[in-house]
Design a protein around this ligand. Sequence first.
Ligand code: SAH
Ligand code: SF4
Length: 360
Amino acid sequence: MQNKVNLLGFSQKSLEAFFKDLGQSSYRAKQLIKWVHQKGELEFDCMTDFNKELREKLKEVAILEPPKVLKTLTSNEGTKKYLIELKSGSSIEMVRIPEKNRMTLCISSQAGCALQCTFCATGAQGFDQNLTADEIIGQVWIANYLDRDEPPITNVVFMGMGEPLLNFDPVIESIEIMRNQLAYSLSKKRITISTSGIVPQINRLADTTDVSLAISLHAADNQLRDIIVPINKKYPISDLLSSCKNYLSKQTGKRNITIEYILIDGINDSVKHAASLSKILSNISCKINLIPFNPFNGSDYKRSTNRNIYAFKDYLIKKGYITTLRITRGDAIDGACGQLVGNLKNTVKGKGVIEHTSIH
Ligand code: SAH
Ligand code: SF4
């Protein structure tokens, strides 16, 4: 069993190679993708367009196995957090966020994170492991097919645990499956990679794919960013913004980068900070997403006051930036940005939180 290959995380191209090795036509890859990712089927025996001999062979050498859901928590506005166990026994979290015309899934690419941004619960936890492609696409599979009572996923954001660009190949393999028309058929605009700014990998990404890119900037000067996003010491702001321009230059159609900016009380949230931000972004095609800091146990930071949040936002709007304020969703279940630690034990259970120990 352990030596069997898990085909859940194989893109069409990888499946074609796999079937070729079995002496089968490449058409089998399309059939398998459809069964697994369009119909949600995991039993080879149910794949009726494979003959008995092929089904037996597949059972002998392969498995189709998503990670395991240990627990879910639903807040009263509908945000649902899932605690998921990986093969190794480590756990991660993902969050389903219902919005007006879409259903966004916030997925994890790593268990923990090595980058230690000072405002992030995942960073405080340290790095545990990279997820494999089946563990990444498995999250999308679970949200669509294990949780069949819920509406299907329309958007995927890599804003859960981990730094997606430090787990490059599995992230790309899973994106290929998300985009495949025989699978989830998500357009490039409906998949967003969020990164703290791994410059060489942003450049590599530009040559590999054209999904939406979000940059976790959070500060407009190196002195402050060095502290709150320590990877900045390696890849300072000017290099980061050049890599953003490079990314945009490789795109077709009118595209924007999303600049994410957390507002932390007394740290980066004055109008002076907004002015520096406006200045450095002046020649980049972008929109700005402001995220009031979400508190977590062990952090001394505080969420900015509403007065500061709106003053910051208004300044940027006056300067002509499309600026949105991310309304915090899921904080009652610690499912908001930066609160994901792969452990539902620390969650503050309050009013309107429904807990399930497993879903079937
Ligand atoms: N590692 C990637 C993606 C995961 S973090 C990155 O840093 O972009 C996803 C988003 O949540 C990032 O914009 C991150 O800065 C933000 N975030 C992290 N901790 C947060 C917190 N405590 N409050 C609000 N947003 C937070
Ligand atoms: Fe890692 Fe992103 Fe958290 Fe920074 S904000 S520690 S890069 S997950």
